[in-house]
Design a protein around this ligand. Structure first.
Ligand code: MG
Length: 453
């Protein structure tokens, strides 16, 4: 990845080697100018570079006439919800999400509490590129204040959901192990789980920003959690990413559900309680379609990215939606991926069904995915995609995001990265061997196309 990525979805870079206070300041001023002043909520994950980035953000917002409300170290979904709650004009979550420790980034939020869409992002970027910012006089420079209750508000909103029965969950006295990777999860999950009557063991709880492992909650990165769930004889394990919008689940046997299954499980539960369409991105497992079919409801698919899912959910009045990376969105809470929400829904499902976490996992339709990538260097991505389309034109093809070729119980999804010169190849089938073989077949096909060019 390049060390600094500037795009319509904001700015992301390696601190000290691309991401500087100046670049951050420009983006904050770009957003402040786009919003035209008004209240702006800011929060950050626990990264050690957070205060440096935060001060540049605050300066840029105040200088463009925005009143800044700082809610401190917290999950990204908490920032989104506070924008809505305090009727702010926008927000900035200072986080590089699941990226390694040396990265930081800004996620830009509009008055709806949703991330900026492509059109809005372009406006902010235009301000930055033209170096054209709202200029206010001394008496219009914004004010800075703190709001300390954002995390409590977030927990209360989850516990107040109709879908959640606190007493029913508390009765089970779940034994839960949680890995917060020393990210922002430690600011919210101890209190949430306590209020749900759980007995908890935390690893990497302190929000020091010193990630003891690769921060993405993939099965290969959460082996310590898996071991701990077994040694503690816990009912379930949870791992979150540093900004707590993604959740991975570990069964009582110490086996990761796989990130796709956080959403599958949540959809299965929510549809058992209320009806409505489902919105997921194009790469999400077909298990979602099987669950939706069981409840006789429709699945809409979008491009990969939270904002695409959130916008479609709003439009279709979805019951629930999300992404296969462990991101769950529930419209009655807010239209953003939310790991604390996903934890509450998972515990509620265990409580209502009486199942163990292993039984829950096994009750869901099983698919396996292969995730691969090919470097395309300076080749034109579109010409490669066109060649694939031509070669497979007789197949069932979905062009929502790149090219997805579907068969009855398997698919392959080929999409260019927005940020790197690579093509991602995701494949899915009923066994991991079949999924790998399918992915490999398409890697070969794409390599042949690249060699011919
Ligand atoms: Mg994240």
């Amino acid at each position: 990845m390049p060390n600094l990525m500037i795009s319509i979805s904001g700015i992301r870079g390696i601190v000290g080697d691309g991401l500087t206070p100046q670049t951050v300041l420009n983006f904050a001023m770009g957003l402040g100018s786009y919003l035209g002043g008004g209240k702006v909520i800011i929060g950050r994950d626990s990264r050690v570079t957070g205060p440096m980035v935060q001060h540049a953000v605050i300066s840029g917002l105040l200088a463009t006439g925005c009143d800044v409300v700082d809610i401190g170290v917290c999950p990204t979904p908490t920032v989104q919800m506070t924008v809505e709650k305090l009727k702010a004009r926008g927000g900035i979550a200072i986080t590089a999400s699941h990226n390694p420790i040396e990265w930081n980034a800004l996620k830009l939020i509009d008055s709806s509490g949703m991330f900026l869409d492509e059109t809005q992002g372009k406006e902010v970027l235009k301000n930055v590129e033209k170096n054209d910012y709202r200029n206010v006089t001394w008496d219009q420079v914004g004010k800075l204040e703190k709001y300390e209750k954002a995390i409590d508000d977030h927990i209360k909103a989850i516990l107040k959901l109709k879908l959640i029965d606190i007493d029913e969950i508390a009765k089970r006295k779940f034994k839960v192990v949680v890995d917060c990777v020393n990210g922002a999860g430690g600011t919210i999950l101890p209190s949430l789980l306590k209020q749900l009557g759980c007995e908890t063991t935390f690893i990497n709880e302190e929000p020091t920003g010193l990630f003891p492992r690769s921060p993405e909650p993939l099965p290969e990165n959460i082996t310590e959690l898996c071991e701990k769930v077994k040694s503690e004889k816990a009912d379930i394990g949870f791992a979150v990413d540093p900004d707590v919008d993604r959740l991975a689940i570990v069964s009582d046997e110490g086996k990761p559900f796989g990130e796709e299954y956080t959403l599958v499980s949540a959809v299965n539960f929510v549809l058992s309680k209320k009806n409505g369409p489902i919105v997921v991105n194009a790469s999400v497992t077909q298990a979602i379609d099987d669950v939706a079919a069981k409840f006789n409801t429709k699945v809409f698919r979008t491009k990969v990215g939270e904002i695409f899912v959130a916008q479609k959910m709003k439009k279709e009045k979805a019951a629930i939606g999300g992404e296969g990376n462990g991101g769950v969105l529930l419209p009655e809470l807010h239209l953003g991926r939310d790991a604390p929400l996903a934890i509450a829904l998972t515990l509620q499902q265990l409580a209502s069904s009486g199942m163990s976490s292993t039984e829950l996992h096994q009750s869901l339709p099983q698919y396996f995915q292969g995730k691969n990538r090919i470097e395309i260097k300076d080749l034109d991505v579109n010409s490669v995609l066109d060649a694939i389309l031509k070669k497979y034109k007789k197949e069932n093809i979905d062009k929502t995001d790149g090219i997805k070729i579907l068969w009855k119980d398997r698919w392959v999804h080929i999409r260019p990265s927005n940020t790197e010169p690579i093509i991602r190849i995701y494949s899915e089938a009923k066994s991991s061997e079949e999924a790998e073989a399918l992915g490999f077949k398409f890697i070969q096909a794409i390599q042949e196309i690249i060699e011919e060019k």
